[in-house]
Design a binder for this molecule. Structure first.
Ligand SMILES: [Fe+2]
Length: 382
């Protein structure tokens, strides 16, 4: 086996665990916390709850509420200025992927200077970042666990993948109680994003014995609990989705992703589309493309999805992919690209695929994928 490495943050998991946020900041030397969130989390009352926790711990904070969906390059650069001007020393984010990726982008610029696009790709960050304590409000993005930060380059209209060990937060607080205030759409999109993370990480060229069990665990938990979580909103099933998201994140953060996420970033950047929308459209078609390069691993996924193994690897793999199609169709999600973009947008697919082929996620796809092959995939799911 080749040399491998595995990095995750300290994880504090449990119902009500937001109450430990103050202690977590203090343990990282906080005198003034830079608190990042968005209006949705604020309206749900979680920002105030966190401010109360910080106040009880005797910690000052500056609130940065300017997070938008699909955070943009100039937004994190402005945020870094605000961070430095206020003399903050710990970055705390409460929110989904957008809040946490904004916080990571701010941390990069505040400590390393320059423009965020200077850090696109893998291992471009030279200097240590300020301590980061994240509280996720979704079970999917995994930014609270991962080495990834996704920021939109406005000029090129593309979501940049920035990947570095230094982007793993110091502490991730996962409080399943927060999920109970999320919409059904967000719960479904986040869980399917986590499922895509788990599957792509399992098939990745650099998957390891440290990431593979986490991937399979996440797939199993999502297949067995998402429907029930949506129907009942029971805390037990929401908690299982949180565990699944953590497992998937531990896997993809260390094993990388694949062509599906490369396309998702490129499509999302071009059309300013929510990340969670594209996976039910793309994931199974990318799996069909990858099947010839990794039939045994695809059969492992099929076995977990189907809860049984069929006669051959190919049969188990194919049946598993079809079962995933059925699974996605059982939710109120789009299954074709034309449902989420305009009819005359089809002409943009070629430049989008040319961009996707250079996304860092494409490097770990099990089967090398050219832009022409990515285009074929997009045309199949149009
Ligand atoms: Fe994702």
């Amino acid at each position: 086996m080749e040399t491998t490495k595995f990095a995750i943050p300290e994880i504090i998991f449990g119902r009500g665990s937001i109450k430990y946020a103050g202690q977590c900041a203090l343990r990282n030397g906080a005198k003034k916390v830079f608190l990042v969130s968005d209006s949705g989390i604020e309206k749900a009352g979680w920002v105030q709850r966190l401010m109360d926790v910080l106040e009880t711990a005797g910690i000052n904070w500056i609130y940065y509420p300017s997070v938008t969906a699909n955070p943009r390059d100039f937004e994190v650069e402005q945020g870094a200025e605000f961070y430095l001007k206020n003399g903050c020393d710990v970055i705390m984010a409460i929110g989904g992927g957008s809040s946490m990726d904004t916080a990571k982008g701010i941390a990069i610029i505040a400590s390393n200077g320059g423009k965020i696009r200077d850090y696109e790709g893998a291992n471009r960050i030279q200097r240590p970042l300020p301590p980061m304590v994240f509280i996720t409000t979704t079970a999917g993005s995994g930014s609270d666990i991962s080495q990834f930060c996704i920021i939109t380059d406005v000029k090129r209209a593309v979501k940049m993948s920035i990947i570095s060990r230094t982007l793993v937060p110091n502490i991730s607080i996962v409080d399943p109680l927060i999920l109970s205030t999320k919409t059904e759409t967000l719960i479904i999109q986040s869980a399917i994003d986590a499922l895509a993370h788990a599957i792509e990480a399992y098939l990745s060229r650099i998957a390891s014995p440290f990431t593979e069990p986490q991937s399979l665990k996440a797939i199993d938990l999502i297949m067995r609990n998402l429907q029930h979580a949506v129907e009942t909103r029971s805390l037990d099933s929401l908690e299982k989705l949180s565990i699944a998201s953590i497992a998937a994140s531990m896997a993809f953060s260390n094993a990388g992703l694949g062509a599906e996420h490369a396309l998702a970033h490129s499509l999302g950047g071009h059309f300013d589309m929510s990340h969670g929308v594209v996976h039910p459209i793309l994931l199974t078609e990318v799996m069909r493309f990858n099947l010839e390069s990794c039939p045994a691993k695809m059969a492992d996924i099929g076995r977990v999805v189907l809860n049984k193994r069929l006669g051959s690897d190919e049969e188990t793999a194919m049946e598993g992919i079809e079962k995933l199609d059925e699974f996605f169709a059982s939710f109120d999600v789009s299954l074709k690209l034309h449902e989420v973009v305009k009819k005359n947008d089809k002409k943009h697919l070629e430049p989008i695929c040319k961009m996707a082929v250079n996304d860092a996620c494409n490097l770990t796809n099990p089967r090398p994928a050219s832009w022409q092959e990515l285009l074929k995939i997009c045309q199949k799911v149009w």
